[in-house]
Design a protein around this ligand. Sequence first.
Ligand code: MSP
Length: 470
Amino acid sequence: MTRVNKKFYITTPIYYVNDKPHIGHAYTTVAADVLARWHKTKNDKVFFLTGTDEHGIKVAQAAAAAGIPEKEFVDEKAQTFKEAWQELNVSYDNFIRTTDSNHILDVEKTLQKLYDRGFIYKGDYEGLYCVGCEQYKTKDDLIEGKCAEHNKEPILMKEESYFFKLSQFKKTLEKKIYSDKIEIQPKERKNEILSFIKRGLKDISISRKNVSWGIPLPFDKSYTTYVWVDAFLSYLTGAGWLGKTDSYPEMWPPEVQLMSKDILRVHGTIWPGILLAFGFPLPKKIFVHGYFTVNNQKMSKSLGNVIWPEELIKKFGVDGSRYLLMSSLVSGQDSDISWGKLAEKYNADLANGLGNLVSRVAKLNEKFRIKKVKPAKKIKNIDKLFEEIKLKEILDEIWQQVAWANKYIEEKKLWELVKTDPKEGKKVLKNLISLISGIGSVIAPFMPETSEKIIEILKTGKTQQLFPRV
Ligand code: MSP
């Protein structure tokens, strides 16, 4: 039975535009794309949102350093994200920018309503602020006085501020997360956020006095909106919400929100807190994937070890890059990559693995011209693996079949067999073509162009090199 029109709304974080995208951003976006494409093949009604987070101190500082007015700077940088996703064949349905005028209008309307309903009040705030995170930090968050994520000392901020009454949602949030009403995956991340909430949730400051690059608070224009509140609302505005706090968009709520551990804490507290204040349904699942490190170090511009998607594409092609990204992170864990490891994997799995398999079989089939094959074997548990977002594990399963098929050719000495015993040779070839056509369709969400090429090769019998060695 085919499922029809099950709703599937998926989001990536909206990325800061202080710089162009690197492969960390590319990982999350391609992973969301793979999931969106998979759900499309299931006939689900898919909505895939990505975008850019363009306000706040961090972006304003980057614009100042570049000596370009903020708006010009963010326009330019947002474009680099759009281009990267286009090059990586990412099929998003909407790209939201927090400087879009409709987003700004919606944020203003929303904040006014939260204020009118008594969820926002004025008070004093003093705390240590990390500009890199755009977040206040507690002493416990710091390692030797520095932010663990950015390795920089936070600045002391003290100002009169508007607060959102997050503390009142502590119990509800705890319950919703504990009972998987918002399912936080993997389990260790769920436990981490639960123990954070258990330690107590404070009201949060949602305004900035000295940051001019932001959306002015509708009820007090001498302040701008805290960049995270602005950013969270993009998950609603990007899905066609019109800032109506009494109704949510048709696609609401997201089935999956993808991100890495760096931004889980805010997504597990402030974000659902805002939704609870509106009385909106909460996202069904937050999936936290691991981090890429490069040569065992955090990727950073100052270390000069950042890998940019365009470099990856230049070396490994679009599908080669998508494959390497998706097969390099074990579900929920960090992974170390390097140019050397990537090239090795590309040559082993793609040039010698899949590419070689397809070209050998197509070549041997030139004589037989087998087109009709029995339905190919499916990957066991593939639905479940997609449900659990085990993307590398799916690829590993597929590549076991690739390896098996290459071994099968060797063991049968197929190039000789087709001559010495054409009947048996043809049988073996049929099995292989059936397997390859199965692989060709199952890799489609990961490698859309390669999938089409394989199907084309099998149909026409015309060989082409899929993955030149690097
Ligand atoms: N603007 C905020 C998100 C707001 S969402 C309402 C932000 N932006 S970011 O540009 O810093 O992007 C963070 C995200 O990029 C991570 O959560 C993750 O999805 C991705 N990655 C950034 N670096 C990464 C790695 N080194 N490895 C894997 N993914 C990483 O936070």
